[in-house]
Ligand binder design. Structure first.
Ligand SMILES: C[S@@+](CC[C@H](N)C(=O)[O-])C[C@H]1O[C@@H](n2cnc3c(N)ncnc32)[C@H](O)[C@@H]1O
Length: 237
């Protein structure tokens, strides 16, 4: 009788180590930013997809993969409580931080919508697939922010970004939304005071900064209002 050999996929030691590290990190992350079991399950699907695409797409720095939950997911989720409403625009979403994760957090809210703006076509393709597998209410715009922002329906409750640009550039990029009532929620590092000083040279700002729950030294910058400063008149004429 002919024998059919069954080949099982081989799991390498590195995969097993990563499974264990991620299980620990998941528990740490969800202790910092608790979510319902339903949302945690959606996030598990997101993590599985990211791990599948990571070898070909290098979606996050490989060194941060074992701390994906604390470093990227909890870092994003901590903004959820600060959202003043359920319509969000996330600028330069990359692999989905913070925008896709916020969309997952809002998945149970009727009418919620998160617009993810990402000009890299391969990352945008990943974001579309991530929205599909998680059922997150996200719309992906595979385009440059400057080209797409005017087409996003307003009013928008919040505009978010992480690791995209200095604060002054973020305020300028998001001004079309800020002036129609959105708040800016920007995840920033230790250098935030210098960035605020720089931004204040060109903008009148109402800003609140609070410590990050996940990044020691990191700050959440909430821009409640921004208006461009009038150019100073030149002297001596
Ligand atoms: C450093 S990554 C940060 C990604 C993500 N926000 C995070 O924190 O992991 C910046 C992302 O912004 C995208 N990006 C940069 N400039 C952009 C622009 N003008 N319009 C749209 N996307 C942009 C890049 O393609 C990249 O994926």
């Amino acid at each position: 009788m002919a024998m059919t050999r069954q080949f099982k996929p081989v799991r390498r030691d590195a995969d097993v180590d990563l499974d264990a590290a991620l299980a620990d990190d998941r528990a740490r992350a969800l202790a910092i930013v608790p979510v319902s079991r339903e949302i945690a399950e959606r996030l598990d699907r997101f993590v599985a997809l990211l791990r599948k695409w990571q070898p070909a797409q290098n979606l996050v720095a490989a060194s941060t993969l074992p701390t994906l939950w604390t470093r990227h997911i909890a870092d994003s989720l901590q903004l959820a409580d600060s959202l003043p409403g359920d319509s969000v625009v996330d600028l330069g979403s990359g692999a989905g931080f913070p925008g896709l994760v916020l969309a997952v957090a809002l998945a149970e809210r009727p009418g919620a919508r998160v617009h993810l703006v990402e000009s890299n076509q391969r990352k945008a393709a990943f974001l579309r697939e991530a929205a599909r597998v998680t059922g997150a209410p996200a719309t992906v715009h595979a385009a440059r922010i400057e080209a797409v922002l005017a087409a996003i329906p307003t009013p928008v409750a919040a505009v978010t970004a992480r690791a995209l640009a200095p604060l002054a550039d973020l305020v300028a990029l998001s001004y079309p939304l800020l002036k129609s009532g959105a708040v800016g929620l920007f995840l920033k590092g230790q250098d935030v005071e210098r960035e605020l000083t720089e931004t204040s040279k060109s903008w009148t700002l109402e800003v609140v900064t609070t410590p990050s729950h996940t990044d020691p030294g990191g700050r959440i910058v909430r821009v409640n209002r921004a208006e461009p400063r009038a150019p100073s008149s030149s002297s001596g004429s």
